[in-house]
Write a protein that binds this ligand. Structure first.
Ligand SMILES: C[S@@+](CC[C@H](N)C(=O)[O-])C[C@H]1O[C@@H](n2cnc3c(N)ncnc32)[C@H](O)[C@@H]1O
Length: 253
């Protein structure tokens, strides 16, 4: 299959998984908490970096902010624009935002920093676009600490760690507060919320985990098949459980 088709299939899967995860009431509450920490005054410019399909951009706009979403991926941008044609969604890299110095009151990045090649550079860019007193909020999961209920705990541990090792910065979320302090932000605070999934909508995530672990040589074909069979069975019989620590850090420019 040509690479572009694979890339689109990956983005379609990501959008499906994000839709399933983000429509859960606990995820909506966590996003609401992130907006509370941003504290945008009415009409203030808030930028959501790595906005995906622009769910948060729409919610921030509904709260009265002048919300701007930026993302690098053309398929994500197309999905965002088709869902929310009236929103301000732009193609841009986290390292080079389409705002002048001090033009933003708020900066938000949700499940993004773990994939950035240069998180320190992205934070320097956040500082550049934020006005003094502006707020930054980072939100994301710790990939090394995914809890999965399984009758095969040792294989599970190998799968989780092998998948984490394919991610540029799998443990960056636990470092958000320290990164913000190192970048010169003040009043840094951090919270951890646990995302819990008990239905089959998260099975595609585990398919990706198993494929990554198999490719890394961390598990055999037989272990991959047996493990995914068990998880599929669990999902079918309502015995599926994944828990993921979600770190939410906030600070002031
Ligand atoms: C896991 S998705 C999260 C999307 C959205 N924030 C959400 O919570 O639903 C990560 C997003 O970051 C975007 N992204 C990755 N690298 C980026 C970069 N360097 N600059 C801007 N966006 C980036 C991806 O295209 C993707 O849409």
């Amino acid at each position: 299959m040509p690479e572009t088709h694979t890339a689109h299939a990956d983005i379609d899967t990501l959008i499906r998984v994000l839709d399933a995860a983000e429509t859960m009431p606990a995820a909506a509450r966590l996003r609401a908490r992130s907006y509370q920490l941003l504290r945008p005054p009415p009409g203030a410019t808030v930028i959501d970096v790595g906005c995906g399909t622009a769910r948060a951009v729409a919610e921030l706009a509904a709260h009265g902010a002048r919300a701007i979403g930026v993302d690098l991926d053309p398929a994500m941008l197309a999905a965002a624009r088709s869902r929310f044609p009236d929103l301000d969604v732009r193609a841009a890299d986290a390292i080079e935002l389409p705002l002048g110095d001090g033009q933003a009151h708020g900066y938000r990045a949700d499940k993004v920093y773990h994939v950035l090649p240069d998180p320190h550079g992205a934070l320097a860019e956040a500082r550049r676009v934020l006005a003094p007193g502006g707020r930054i909020v980072l939100l994301g999961q710790d990939w090394d600490t995914m809890v999965i209920d399984s009758d095969q705990p040792e294989v599970t541990r190998r799968i989780v760690h092998a998948r984490a090792d394919t991610i540029p910065h799998p443990r960056i979320a636990r470092a958000y507060r320290n990164l913000l302090l190192d970048a010169g932000f003040r009043d840094a605070e951090i919270e951890v919320h646990t995302a819990v999934f008990t239905d089959a909508s998260m099975l595609p995530i585990l398919g990706g985990h198993v494929a990554a672990a198999r490719q890394a040589g961390a598990i055999s074909d037989a272990e991959a098949e047996s493990w995914i069979d068990e998880q599929t069975r669990r999902a079918r019989h309502e015995r599926f459980l994944i828990a993921i620590p979600m770190f939410l850090a906030a600070a002031t420019r």
